[in-house]
Ligand binder design. Structure first.
Ligand SMILES: *[C@@H]1O[C@H](CO)[C@@H](O)[C@H](O)[C@H]1NC(C)=O
Ligand SMILES: *[C@@H]1O[C@H](CO)[C@@H](O)[C@H](O)[C@H]1NC(C)=O
Ligand SMILES: *[C@@H]1O[C@H](CO)[C@@H](O)[C@H](O)[C@H]1NC(C)=O
Ligand SMILES: *[C@@H]1O[C@H](CO)[C@@H](O)[C@H](O)[C@H]1NC(C)=O
Ligand SMILES: *[C@@H]1O[C@H](CO)[C@@H](O)[C@H](O)[C@H]1NC(C)=O
Ligand SMILES: *[C@@H]1O[C@H](CO)[C@@H](O)[C@H](O)[C@H]1NC(C)=O
Ligand SMILES: *[C@@H]1O[C@H](CO)[C@@H](O)[C@H](O)[C@H]1NC(C)=O
Ligand SMILES: *[C@@H]1O[C@H](CO)[C@@H](O)[C@H](O)[C@H]1NC(C)=O
Length: 565
């Protein structure tokens, strides 16, 4: 009887999502990325493989009890007791730095899978996309067990494999009566709403492809219900948080209310899409005005959604009259932002090798601002006001993607395992196989496992990349670093017959260009008097392992990433 019940539950779990292919997709050896495709066709097999690898990376980052279908053989169950301190099961989700990284990545991937979703279908990756999204969304659902309540686990600074992750990962609850040390994040409602749109097949009209074929209307409804509740919670708690900040100024350190506006606007906008409502659309416009989000040159990343707003306002306005959006107004706003990037009128410039660079923001994980800009340009280009702009935006976007895939002075494609010239030392404790926090680079000398599909931080502003494991500004991997490249790769699968740039790079190309010596950044002192160990390494460690937190670790990382602003 019990056995039967268990089987029934198990069968239900398996049926709940698209069946995974019986022959698993596994990343091919890096050498296969140095071979041109035999024929020019859609889908191009190299782009399909890249898309598959990028998704595979997320599987390597899973927390919790791993299913029998797991593909990453060197990963084990971990942190299975998360939540037990509050009588809940909070196991699962992904390892990264903070709940909002997970949420942003999921939001970004769902938005991309809506606009360029057929790319996943053509590459036979839709079942893996479904699997990847549900692993994150199901955790976010568990972490939202009751109305206006959101939980997370506290991260620990730990460098090592997944068998010995410290068990003391206390759960933190935020609710209407207790905001704790962190403010409720509007990020989860964004992830829920964006993915509800995907699972409900709410496509944005002829400018875009059909969403990836993973439709499930009951799941879409579930996600929407969570989005609506958390949005209401965030809206009301953020009002409360301001008074809380006044009463306890140190709370403002966690997440100053000024940086709320873009998050609230994005949540409202995604909800207007999800509910076909002009009311949410005008709420989003209200936040845009209230928080003076217009006319800025900021990057798009985990902490700043602003440039994405004008794009989505315009996308929705162009999709139909329902939202009563001012299409020409939002086009003007988006094009002002993009044109300043293309013309070099804003704070950004292009490195000698051609990477879009934002002083400050690009000093750590330089590919992230560039790839996010490319992702927004690619999406917006389809609804630009002139054909010339469409072409310019796509061309610019392509230069950034090409750069990341090896068309750079290092001849290095910055995706682990994609080509013999890919970085070999991503800053990942689990993949490195090491557990000696004082000897991250040498213990062991060679990474134990190839972290296929991981986009690394990126080069410095002289286009130099050092491939040093402890140097997290360049070699860190993260959920949000992969997200924009997934969307770009899905678009390329749909639209590009020719290979990604890296197939032209034969073994040894990076070795021939690799700079000597040490970088000059937050980990290595500029005078190269030696490795500044300790605190600086530890900062990198926290961000690479253990996640699902909107509390201490998020604040810690927040400070780190903000420290240069
Ligand atoms: C849709 O998703 C729900 C929730 O995961 C699941 O219970 C259900 O079986 C799915 N429906 C189909 C047709 O796959
Ligand atoms: C996808 O699957 C179909 C059917 O099995 C196969 O013909 C096709 O080659 C596959 N495409 C890719 C890119 O793997
Ligand atoms: C998973 O467990 C095996 C031993 O069963 C171990 O060799 C491996 O390193 C572990 N993986 C990680 C990421 O720690
Ligand atoms: C709100 O959270 C605090 C702990 O953060 C908890 O003590 C309290 O019981 C919660 N309130 C409700 C209504 O769940
Ligand atoms: C916030 O709370 C107020 C007062 O309870 C309520 O009227 C309003 O609808 C809430 N806002 C949202 C977005 O739910
Ligand atoms: C959205 O609402 C408009 C009316 O405001 C209606 O004409 C349209 O059919 C709705 N679309 C969907 C998908 O429900
Ligand atoms: C739409 O935006 C444009 C450009 O900002 C502005 O000139 C125009 O008045 C707006 N139209 C409406 C109906 O608000
Ligand atoms: C897709 O391909 C078509 C035809 O080659 C081209 O006109 C269009 O610009 C491409 N779109 C993108 C986004 O690359």
């Amino acid at each position: 009887m019990t056995l039967f019940l268990l089987f029934a539950l198990w069968a239900q779990c398996v049926l709940a999502q698209l069946p995974l292919p019986s022959a698993s997709f596994l990343p091919p050896p890096p050498a296969s990325g140095a071979v041109s495709s035999a024929q020019d066709s859609i889908p191009n097999s190299q782009w399909s493989t890249l898309l598959g690898n990028l998704l595979y990376f997320y599987e390597a980052q899973r927390s919790g009890r791993l299913p029998s279908t797991k593909r990453v053989s060197w990963r084990n169950d971990s942190a299975v007791n998360d939540g037990s301190d509050v009588g809940l099961d909070l196991s699962g989700g992904y390892y990264d730095a903070g709940d909002h990284f997970q949420s942003l990545s999921i939001m970004s991937i769902c938005w991309g899978a809506n606009d360029f979703g057929r790319g996943y279908d053509l590459a036979n990756q839709t079942a893996y996309l479904d699997d990847m999204l549900r692993w994150g969304l199901d955790w976010l659902i568990k972490a939202h067990p009751a109305s206006h309540t959101s939980l997370s686990n506290l991260d620990n600074a730990y460098w090592g494999g997944d068998l010995n992750i410290p068990q003391d990962r206390p759960s933190y609850q935020i609710n209407d009566t207790r905001y704790g040390c962190a403010t409720p994040q509007p990020a989860p409602p964004q992830a829920f709403a964006a993915c509800s749109n995907l699972y409900a097949n709410r496509n944005l009209g002829p400018s875009y492809s059909a969403p990836a074929s993973l439709q499930n209307s009951s799941y879409a409804e579930t996600l929407l219900a969570h989005a609506l509740d958390l949005y209401a919670f965030a809206v009301n708690a953020s009002g409360g948080q301001q008074t809380y900040q006044t009463a306890a100024p140190q709370a403002g350190i966690a997440y100053p209310s000024s940086s709320y506006g873009d998050e609230l606007a994005m949540a409202a906008l995604l909800l207007s899409w999800a509910t076909n409502s002009s009311d949410y659309y005008s709420q989003a416009e209200g936040y845009y005005k209230q928080y003076s989000l217009g006319g800025t040159d900021s990057v798009f990343n985990w902490d700043s959604k602003t440039p994405g707003l004008a794009v989505l306002f315009a996308q929705l306005a162009s999709a139909g009259a329902t939202f009563a959006g001012n299409l020409s107004g939002w086009q003007a706003e988006a094009e002002r932002y993009f044109d300043r990037i293309l013309n070099g009128d804003g704070p950004s410039f292009k490195t000698k090798g051609g990477l879009l660079w934002y002083p400050g923001d690009s000093d750590e994980a330089s590919l992230n601002p560039a790839l996010n800009a490319a992702m927004l340009l690619t999406r917006y280009a389809r609804i630009a006001t002139t054909q010339a702009k469409t072409r310019d935006y796509l061309d610019f976007s392509q230069t950034q993607l090409d750069y990341a895939l090896g068309r750079n002075p290092m001849s290095a494609p910055y995706v682990v395992g994609s080509n013999p010239n890919s970085p070999a030392n991503p800053h990942s404790a689990m993949a490195s196989g090491g557990n000696d926090i004082n000897n991250i680079d040498t213990s062991p000398l060679q990474e134990a496992y190839v972290l296929y599909g991981a986009v690394v931080g990126g080069p410095d502003n002289k286009d130099n990349f050092y491939d040093i494991r402890s140097d997290w500004p360049e070699t860190e991997v993260a959920l949000d670093y992969n997200a924009p490249m997934l969307t770009l790769a899905a678009m390329q699968v749909l639209n590009d017959t020719s290979d990604p740039y890296f197939t032209r790079l034969q073994a040894g190309a990076f070795a021939a260009n690799k700079p000597n010596g040490k970088p000059c950044d937050a980990v290595f002192s500029c005078h190269h008097s030696g490795l500044s160990k300790g605190a600086k390494i530890a900062l990198g460690v926290v961000s690479s392992i253990v996640g699902s937190a909107i509390t201490a670790a998020a604040i810690y990382i927040y400070r780190r990433r903000r420290s240069k602003w």
